[in-house]
Design a protein around this ligand. Structure first.
Ligand SMILES: [Zn+2]
Length: 926
């Protein structure tokens, strides 16, 4: 027998696979799957491993099922991140150097070249390809491209011409996340932290302070009527700044932010926060109020000063109360202005007291605040003296009034912080003019996408809601950048198309990627792509024959069947690509399905390259073998669940593969004549085939492995126990080995190829035909008999453990026929509650009296306990328990080392015999 040596299997298979997965249009039905391509700016970790291995397992499965499968891969190198990395390496930034040299193991001579951003992506793109290949991914590498290839840029220009012609590309002013160091808008991919932060529109309430204004930002302008004071932080240094010619007192940070939002700002002098305390300010809508000290005021939040409405804001209420407990400002009383059902006169006070909150740091404060805010917004009304309108109306009215008459302005700010750029700088909100947008806010465009989603298969189904929500809230998207790599924006070539906007229909590009590079990029006019993708003829198309070849590829492969990606891309990429598809392609070329992944954990903590909490995929392959990595990643969770990488569990996966390898190697030469138990083994195998197939059709890799690995392994263990003495199995084991290797081949293809050759299978197992369950080989009666025997053996074992005597004999008593009658009546009954009453109407049963009612109750309990795969066939097949145990006497004697008697319960004198039930004989051990 050959030794189990994963490294050797890998080398052997790689040699045979070199061009094996290059896929061309054929007469077969196609299956085209794609996965979000990587941005190769660092090494792959095991989390990436799962992202690309799940589609590979699916690809291998459908290939074996006889489909023409295409699994392509490319590299996304658009954008600014890699430019930042190269700058930091050029500046010898210790953190970046550490990451690339020590964690990603980039050799020093290569690292020296990383001052050129393209070298970084080229280096890691080839690393990715090498590691993906090492993992056994069945990718058609001929179709590999990068998003800065000239031919790809021509494709993007064509795509954008269509978006523009459809009216989806617009120009305007817009608040966007902005990094002032990079001088560039910031996309989700450019963020170190704060990707959930949203830009919120605040109203600045302008309080008079001598010759100056003190602005405070609010989302609830109507509450200005209830202001009792302002809060300033005595430890912060504020500034007097000339804003659009008027003096404002704000924090230093606020001055910088305001300057990015269409205001001219000129700082005049600094003011210590403590110098503002106890001064007064005034506003026409609330009169004169004092400025009070508060450490909680954050200079980096909006203007850095806050207006206080203690009647309706729990935080303000508690802060004021704390000061008053110290004997200060006792003259200030909350001023209510909103009436809301469910609350008394002063909602904030009431809520805080009811909850028993004693200090500002109580973790329930945020929830409480949110509750009052939404109650007041949805059903509150401002008092009559303030206009008496519902809050939702008053809010806009008061804001408009203050902007018109009382110098109010708008300020944009994030709802949560921090928001940090990849370069380490704090991200701010900037109003961009002459910015280009994709008009995702367009209701008609949204509708087209919603309609398409209805027609799609989404896995798991619960992500549908998240897609709907994303389509709903998507706003216009700043789609160009000034810095980075990528395709120039056709209507303003000083700008580049940003990364999430040039990666939406590249799945169509894969279909032609290996052929289009034969044509000079200069010849690739929009008409060329119109012909390839839309079949639109135009005069003077170049290289017509080549274009026809590409059109054929596109028509064969498109639309894609499934797109795979992690769930954090639902809110951008996965939804964006639908918007672009519905604009450009006809209905029959629109996306068919998506599979959304969970996240990866390492020893229970979220994997993160920037925090160093990753395990590199290549290290994993070197340490454990590619098949081990694959089987662990597929078996530890379903694709949409989060998985947790733990080395100790990975080691046990390797042992499982070794067990499988040894077993198949052993059984391949079995030649004996089949016994009854062989029929059982082969019968069971049919349901393992069927369930593995169903699970993989539904992308349930974990479920599939449970069936294909553990299900068959458990059967084999029982089979060995049941073999007659001196038999080491029959030739049926060869059949099982062949099926087993094929069922596991998508998961552990390297071991699979090696074993397939040992079994003298034809060609590569990667292209062998997937096993098909044969109904004719299913023998329910034998399966039930063995099930009964297994359960009885388990019962005997647990009784022996319990009584702890050395047994002399075992007696098995079989339930009488009348109990079988009751059992079957209950098992077949639609209504399990009334069936007992029905049974007792029967004359003979009634005669049995209590014995019959007891038996009916016990049968009911038993039927609840037995799994459906036992009950269901039992209602159809009758089994002869007496015969089953008679035949198994020899086996049971061998198992337990004592004589075994089989009796009918009715003829037995032992009192325990009365407990015998169908499928659960009484067991007496003496
Ligand atoms: Zn930055």
């Amino acid at each position: 027998m050959n030794e189990f040596d994963l490294r050797k299997f890998e080398d052997e298979a790689q040699e045979q696979w070199t061009h094996a997965f290059e896929s061309n249009p054929s007469s077969l039905e196609k299956f085209y799957l794609t996965v979000a391509y990587p941005y190769p700016s660092g090494a792959m970790h095991v989390g990436h491993g799962r992202t690309y291995i799940v589609p590979d397992v699916v690809a291998r499965f459908w290939r074996m099922r006889g489909k023409q499968v295409l699994y392509p891969m490319a590299f996304h190198v658009t954008g600014a991140p890699v430019i930042g990395i190269s700058k930091r390496i050029a500046n010898n930034d210790p953190k970046t150097i550490h990451l690339y040299r020590d964690l990603y193991k980039v050799p020093q001579n290569v690292l020296d070249e990383f001052t050129d951003p393209l070298t970084i992506v080229r280096h890691f793109a080839s690393e990715y390809q090498r590691v993906m290949t090492a993992c056994g991914m069945s990718i058609d590498w001929r179709r590999r491209f990068t998003t800065v290839d000239p031919t790809y840029s021509k494709f993007i220009e064509w795509q954008w011409k269509h978006l523009y012609d459809a009216g989806h590309v617009i120009k305007g002013a817009h608040p966007v996340r902005y990094c002032t160091v990079d001088d560039n808008p910031v996309g989700d991919h450019d963020l170190l932290e704060g990707d959930k932060a949203e830009v919120i529109r605040f109203t600045l309430v302008m309080f008079r302070f001598a010759d100056a204004f003190i602005p405070t930002a609010t989302l609830r302008p109507e509450t200005v009527y209830g202001v009792t004071n302002l809060w300033a932080n005595p430890n912060v240094t504020y500034v007097r700044a000339l804003v659009d010619g008027k003096v404002w007192i704000i924090s230093q940070e606020a001055a910088e932010k305001i300057a990015l939002q269409d205001h001219t700002v000129e700082i005049q002098e600094e003011i210590a926060g403590k110098d503002l305390i106890d001064k007064t300010v005034s506003h026409p809508l609330c009169g004169t109020v004092p400025i009070l000290p508060a450490d909680f005021v954050d200079p980096d939040m909006a203007s850095g000063l806050v207006m206080s409405v203690p009647a309706h804001a729990p935080f303000d209420y508690i802060a004021l109360r704390d000061l008053q407990h110290a004997g200060k400002y006792t003259q200030l009383k909350p001023i209510p202005l909103i009436k809301v059902e469910g609350y008394g006169e002063i909602p904030a006070q009431e809520a805080v007291e009811k909850a028993g909150i004693t200090h500002q740091m109580d973790s329930r404060m945020d929830t409480l605040t949110q509750e009052i805010y939404s109650a007041e917004f949805s059903r509150g009304k401002v008092f009559d003296r303030y206009g008496g309108k519902p809050v939702r109306v008053a809010r806009d009215d008061v804001a408009a009034l203050m902007i018109e008459k009382y110098d109010s302005k708008i300020m944009y700010e994030f709802d949560t912080r921090p928001v940090i750029c990849r370069c380490g700088n704090k991200v701010k909100v900037k109003i961009l003019h002459d910015q280009w947008f994709l008009k995702y806010s367009d209701p008609a465009w949204k509708k087209q996408v919603s309609d398409q989603i209805l027609d799609m298969s989404l896995v798991p189904p619960e992500v549908r809601l998240e897609f709907d929500r994303t389509v709903d809230w998507l706003k216009d998207w700043a789609c160009t950048r000034r810095v980075g790599l990528g395709t120039r924006f056709p209507w303003d070539t000083t700008q580049l198309i940003e990364p999430l906007s040039d990666s939406t229909i590249y799945m169509a590009y894969y279909t032609i990627a290996h052929k289009i590079r034969e044509i000079d990029a200069k010849l690739l006019t929009p008409e060329v792509f119109d012909y390839i993708f839309l079949g639109k003829e135009s005069p003077d198309l170049p290289e017509k024959k080549k274009l026809d070849g590409m059109r054929k590829e596109f028509l064969y492969w498109y639309p894609y069947d499934y797109r795979f990606s992690a769930k954090d891309l639902i809110s951008n990429h996965l939804t964006f690509q639908l918007f672009h598809h519905v604009t450009i392609f006809p209905k029959d070329k629109l996306p068919q399905g998506m599979v959304v992944f969970g996240m990866g954990l390492l020893n229970g903590a979220k994997m993160s390259s920037s925090k160093g909490n990753v395990f590199l995929l290549e290290d994993a392959v070197n340490d454990f073998g590619a098949d081990t990595v694959r089987m662990f990643l597929m078996g530890s969770a379903e694709p949409w669940q989060d998985f947790d990488w733990r080395n100790e569990l990975v080691i046990s996966t390797k042992k499982q593969i070794e067990r499988f390898y040894n077993t198949v190697s052993e059984i391949k030469d079995a030649k004996g004549e089949p016994h009854d138990i062989d029929r059982w083994l082969i019968s069971r195998l049919q349901s393992h085939i069927e369930r593995t197939t169903t699970a993989l059709t539904n992308f349930q890799t974990r479920q599939a492995l449970q069936e294909a690995y553990f299900g068959i392994e458990t059967d084999l263990k029982w089979y060995r126990r049941r073999l007659p003495e001196n038999s080491d199995g029959s030739r049926e084991l060869h059949t099982l080995g062949s099926v087993w290797v094929r069922l596991l081949a998508p998961f552990i293809p390297f071991t699979g190829e090696h074993l397939w050759k040992q079994l003298a299978g034809e060609g590569l197992v990667s292209f062998a035909s997937w096993p098909v369950a044969d109904k004719k080989l299913v023998n329910t009666r034998i399966e039930l008999a063995e099930e009964l025997l297994t359960r009885t053996v388990e019962d005997i074992e647990s009784i022996m453990k319990l009584i702890q005597i050395t047994p002399k004999s075992i007696t098995i008593s079989i339930a009488p026929a009348w109990k079988y009658e009751i059992f079957l009546l209950i098992a077949r009954a639609q209504d399990k509650n009334t069936v007992i009453r029905e049974i007792m109407k029967d004359e003979t049963m009634r005669k049995r009296g209590k014995a019959a009612t007891d038996a009916a109750k016990q049968c009911t309990t038993l039927i609840h306990r037995l799994p459906p795969y036992v009950i269901e066939p039992l209602t159809r097949e009758s089994i002869d328990e007496m015969n089953i145990f008679e035949e198994a006497k020899g086996f049971l004697k061998k198992e337990f080392g004592v004589p075994v008697h089989v009796t009918s319960a009715e003829s037995s004198e032992h009192s325990k015999s009365a407990t015998a039930l169908p499928f659960k004989p009484a067991i007496v051990i003496e």
